[in-house]
Design a protein around this ligand. Structure first.
Ligand code: KG4
Ligand code: ZN
Length: 338
């Protein structure tokens, strides 16, 4: 049995968790900074770093308290080291190094996106691997072939915007508040998904990569008129805005489902798992679940606490690295990219 403290500070969530054996989550504490960034319409890196410094100590203490563990009960300290905002990552990784050194525990540096890919396994019974994992969030949109707990192979990723980022930008175009994904979903519920024929960018018949910048521009022109980037939203009625939101959402979901099924064909996997913040989107969950049912595939979406940025997934993936004695030195550095 191994008990691991995980720390996550790659973007705008300050998080710590204690997880046993990569599955049993004793605590999962997340201090969201969304209120601090809302008025800027996006994450401001300097504000994120400062907030991590201010909050991380108490978030770690809370995770240890809720889990009812003392330092002596821990087998390793894990933290996200990549990818993410460099300043933000540094806060969490440095804290983990200090605790590892002070408490005499091994350090495990974790790739945040691989942790997202692993996250559906936390609450899947039995283990979902091997599976195709679709990870969609504000920072990432990737497909993985997860062979087992130790082998996660990336099949494709976005070449520009992440899916959640596209939702957020479309929300801004439609004058909806930040973060925009849930708002677009809410407004889309009252619209016709076939009202506007937005492009489905598939990047060639074999590609497992994604591109969402074209559809974002298409929404901009649908609102403002061809070649125009402002001045249109005030002229649209609420039903017209709902139609645009619904048609945008349908196009993004279409692309995500199509590419995931391509990945299934490529790998021969019998299971599909879904993770990342955009997994909260009910249209996506329904469409992916229906596509899986139609092909006789098993489908499992991670529970929401493990979809949004969290440290449980960091501690959970770290369990397997720890079991392989794949530890990281105290000279490990952060990286903005995977
Ligand atoms: O995983 P997450 O919390 O943070 C990142 O790692 O980015 O994902 C946040 C993203 C945001 O872009 C947000 O707009 C999007 O997930 N999101 C949604 C929904 N809920 C959150 N997008 C579409 N529909 C939703 N219901
Ligand atoms: Zn993330």
């Amino acid at each position: 049995m191994a008990t691991i403290l995980g720390i996550e500070t790659s973007c705008d969530e300050t998080a710590a968790a204690v997880v046993v054996d990569g599955r049993r989550v004793l605590s999962n504490v997340v201090a969201s900074q969304v209120e601090l960034h809302r008025k800027y319409g996006g994450v401001v890196p300097e504000i994120a770093s400062r907030a991590h410094i201010e909050r991380l100590d108490s978030v770690i203490q809370e995770a240890m308290r809720v889990a009812d563990v003392a330092p002596a009960d821990l087998d390793a300290i894990a933290a996200t080291s990549r990818p993410g905002l460099v300043g933000a990552l540094l806060i969490g990784l440095t804290a983990a190094k200090v605790l590892a050194w002070r408490w005499g525990k091994p350090l495990v540096a974790v790739d945040h996106v691989l942790a997202h890919a692993y996250s559906p396994a936390i609450d899947a019974e039995p283990s979902p691997w091997p599976a195709v994992a679709l990870i969609v969030s504000g920072g990432h949109t990737s497909l993985y072939h997860v062979h087992d707990n130790d082998t996660i192979e990336r099949l494709g990723a976005t070449t520009d915007d992440a899916a959640g980022e596209a939702f957020d930008k479309v929300a801004t175009i439609l004058n909806l508040p930040y973060p925009g994904g849930p708002e677009v979903e809410r407004v889309a519920a009252g619209g016709n998904p076939r009202a506007v024929d937005f492009p489905r960018t598939l990047l060639g018949p074999d590609s497992l990569d994604f591109s969402f910048s074209g559809i974002k521009t298409a929404v901009l022109y649908a609102v403002n008129g061809p070649g125009r980037s402002s001045g249109g939203i005030e002229k649209l009625t609420a039903p017209e805005i709902a139609d645009i939101a619904a048609s945008f959402q349908a196009a993004v979901v279409d692309v995500l489902v199509t590419k995931t099924m391509r990945a299934v064909d490529r790998t021969g996997a019998a299971t599909v798992v879904l993770g990342g913040g955009v997994a909260a989107n009910r249209t996506l969950r329904r469409a992916l679940s229906a596509a899986c049912t139609a092909r006789g595939l098993r489908f499992h979406a991670a529970a929401m606490p493990y979809c949004v940025d969290n440290a449980a997934m960091i501690a959970a993936l770290a369990h397997h690295a720890h079991a392989r004695r794949d530890w990281s030195g105290l000279d490990t550095d952060v990286q903005s990219h995977s």
